[in-house]
Design a binder for this molecule. Structure first.
Ligand code: GDP
Ligand code: MG
Length: 179
């Protein structure tokens, strides 16, 4: 089937430490299912999806995964080139992945496009629902960091499908609105 007409093709990138759930979030959003295989994605560069936004706009999102290259700090500048939005993902149960967000924002500033819209995403909230003691990053702390750095912010679960659609579509909406 041919793609429907769209107003903009928008490149969105996923960044963040290995293991935080970037590929799961993308897969959940694109396919409404989870990746079949375990382990880091190798080779997949991006996935596309056409979306009708709440304001009536239609966009085609081209969402780039890291293909596992963040593991050896080998994300290429092609990953960042021409991106208009980014999800910077951490794992709410692994504090280091939150502490590294600053480093990912520096990478974005260095290699990304000026004016890129960024959402901070605290993934794996399903794990802390049953056992709050697993949480290593509070919502308040992350929200404060996001506000200070002019980022959108949301917590998510790719496994339980919490906020996944909302996160991608709010980001796309904001990118659309500033275009
Ligand atoms: P990536 O390296 O950032 O792409 O991370 P992946 O998407 O490959 O996810 C790494 C692992 O974390 C997967 O094997 C999943 O089992 C797990 N995972 C991903 N998202 C979630 C989530 O929302 N909740 C839980 N409990 N586990 C998740
Ligand atoms: Mg991955």
């Amino acid at each position: 089937m041919a793609d429907p007409e769209y107003d903009y093709l928008l490149k969105i990138i996923l960044i963040g430490d290995a293991g935080v759930g970037k590929t799961f979030l993308l897969s959940r959003y694109i396919n409404e299912e989870l990746p079949r295989k375990k382990g880091p994605t190798i080779g997949v560069e991006f996935a596309t999806k056409s979306i009708c936004l709440a304001n009536g706009g239609v966009v085609k999102a081209q969402i780039w995964d890291t293909a596992g290259t963040e593991r050896f700090k080998a994300i290429t500048s092609a990953h960042y080139r021409k991106s208009v939005g980014a999800l910077v993902v951490y794992d709410v149960t692994v504090r280091d992945t939150f502490l590294h967000v600053k480093k990912w924002l520096d990478e974005l500033r260095e290699h990304g496009e000026p004016g890129i819209v960024v959402t901070l995403v605290g993934n794996k909230v399903d794990l802390v629902k049953d056992d709050p003691s697993l949480r290593q990053v509070t919502t308040e702390e992350a929200q404060k960091f996001a506000t200070k750095n002019d980022l959108l912010f949301e917590e998510s679960s790719a496994i339980e499908d919490i906020n996944v659609k909302l996160i991608f579509e709010n980001l796309l909406q904001k990118v659309y609105d500033v275009k």
